[in-house]
Design a protein around this ligand. Sequence first.
Ligand SMILES: *Cc1c(COP(=O)(O)O)cnc(C)c1O
Length: 347
Amino acid sequence: MEWIDLRSDTITNPTPEMWAAMANAEVGDDVYGEDPSVNKLEALAAERMGQEAGLFVPSGTMGNLAAVLTYCGRGDEIILGDHSHTFLYEAGGVSALGGVHPHTIPNQHDGTLDLGDIETAIRPNNIHFPITRLVILENTHNRSGGVPLSVEYVCQVAELANKYDLRLHIDGARIFNAAVALGIEARKLAEPADSVTFCLSKSLCAPVGSVLCGSRDFIAQARRIRKQLGGGMRQAGVLAAAGIIALENMIDRLAEDHARARRLAAGLNELPNIILDTPEPLTNMIFFDLNPNAELDAAGLVASVAKEGIKLTPSGARRIRLVLHYWIDDAAVNRTLDAFRRVLGNV
Ligand SMILES: *Cc1c(COP(=O)(O)O)cnc(C)c1O
C-alpha cells in the first residue's frame, strides 16, 4: 500500500530534478566560503527576499535562533506571538542558548499580533525592565491555519518597530506559500523586515536547509553565530544544489497545493462531526476539530485512517492538521476523501 502522508510538508522527499542536481553539484569548503553552490543559493535567496545577503543554515530553527542571537544579548527581550513556532516549537533555544527573554503576546485568529499589544509590550527605559530588541512575525502563520500576513500589515509592524528602534525578524518558514496565496513576489513580504528565515525543506521539497537573509553586516555576524552553534558545514553544495532548484522551479507550483487544500477541505466539510477552521483554506494547511459529541477523538481518527493508508498526526485531543504538498496529487486527495467518508460517514 502506498502511504498518503498529510502530517506535514517537511516529509517531502527531493524531486528527481533535485537528485540529479545533487549528484552533479559543484562543491567546496563552505566554512572557507568556497562552495560555489552554497554561494549561488545564498545570493539567489537574498535576491528573492529583497535583502542584501543570505546564510544557508541546516534548519529553520537555527535560522531563527541565529537571528535572535545576532540581535540580542543575555537578558534582552523579544516580542513574539504566544502561538509562534519560535515560542512553541524551537525547544526554548533563545532562552537556553541566548539567555533571551521571550515576551509573548496573543496571536490573533489571522496570525497577526495586535499593533496596540506590540506597542504596550515594548519596555520603557527603566532599570527594572529588560531591554526590548526585536519583534518576530511568522508568515504564513502555522498554528493560525497557515494564514498569510499581508504586505500592509508587515509594513505597519516594521514602521512601529522602527519608531522604537527595534528590529523586525520574520519567521518565513512558508513565506513562499504566503506570496503565492497573495499573488505577489515574496520580496514584498520580506523587504520591510530587517531579516527573514525561510525553509527550503518544506513545501519547496529540498531535503535539508533554510536560508537566513538580511543586511550584509547582519549576515556577517550571523555567520559567526552559525559557527558557534555548530552549523558551519563543509561541502554543503550537495544540499544547496537542491535548494537552488527549490527557488528556481518549485515556487509557482505551490498554487496547486493550495487548490488541492481547498478541494480537500470542501470534501471534508460535507462529512459529519468535522468542524473546519475555515472551509476555504488560504494556503496548504487544513485544520479541523472533531465534534465534542463524536465518539472518535483525534487519536482514534488517526488510527482509523492509518488502516486506509493515510498518515496524520493529532494536533490536540480533538484537533487535526492536514498539510498538502508536492507528493499529494489529485488521486491522493480523492483517496483521502474516500477514506474519511468510510471512517466518519457512519460514526
Ligand atoms: C518548520 C518551521 C520552522 C522551523 O523549521 P525546522 O527546519 O523544522 O527547524 C520555523 N517556523 C515555522 C513557522 C515552521 O513551520
